[in-house]
Design a protein around this ligand. Structure first.
Ligand SMILES: O=C(O)c1ccccc1NCC(=O)[C@H](O)[C@H](O)COP(=O)(O)O
Length: 180
């Protein structure tokens, strides 16, 4: 499959019904048979998460009770969204204190580009975190320069919401592999 051939590390599938990128959990199961990379179920509400996915990305700030509830599960399977903001700086300390080791630094609001300066400051605290938030072929070099653990790209490689562009994905890959 194309995604395997271009060397992606993970494939995120948005299982949040309100999203223009929404895919049912059954789609996750089908994709898992087609790609060798981990499949990440992405959602805001816990009930929409596919707990059978390889990794689970909870895309909102969680309260203490929710963090404690997830902590009783396998924390290593969760990717926790941390907004690149002052609130996120404080929340990150909570996430780390609960033993989560996979974090995604992302824009505080969908559609808004992540502040690179603030992202750098958060990466100084948690260097292995993923980085996201408005990444596209034109600006990906700026995000790569922060040397995050990984990049999460979605709307910036689309022809329209929900339709990924193979060409844009390839452009991103060329930049990341140093083909700029
Ligand atoms: O994409 C959505 O519509 C969405 C809806 C609900 C929760 C998460 C959602 N997307 C998450 C992502 O696409 C990525 O994890 C990340 O935010 C990168 O997004 P983008 O800024 O569009 O590249």
């Amino acid at each position: 499959m194309f995604l395997d051939r271009i060397g992606i590390d993970m494939i995120g599938i948005v299982n949040e019904p309100s999203s223009p990128r929404f895919a049912k959990k059954e789609f996750n199961k089908m994709i898992r048979t087609k790609v060798s990379r981990p499949v990440v179920s992405v959602a805001i509400n816990h009930d929409n998460l596919d707990l059978k996915a390889d990794l689970i990305q909870v895309h909102r700030i969680l309260n203490d009770d929710e963090l404690e509830r997830l902590e009783t599960m396998s924390t290593s399977r969760f990717i926790l969204y941390v907004p690149v903001s002052e609130e996120g700086r404080i929340y990150l300390r909570k996430v780390v204190s609960h033993g989560f080791d996979k974090v995604l630094f992302d824009s505080p609001r969908r559609g808004l580009r992540t502040s690179l300066q603030l992202a750098k400051e958060l990466l100084d605290v948690f260097p292995d975190a993923g980085l996201a938030g408005g990444i596209n072929p034109e600006n990906v070099v700026d995000f790569v320069s922060l040397n995050p653990g990984w990049l999460d790209v979605s709307s910036g490689v689309e022809e329209y919401p929900g339709k990924k562009s193979r060409d844009k994905v390839m452009k991103i890959k060329e930049v990341i592999k140093g083909g700029v």
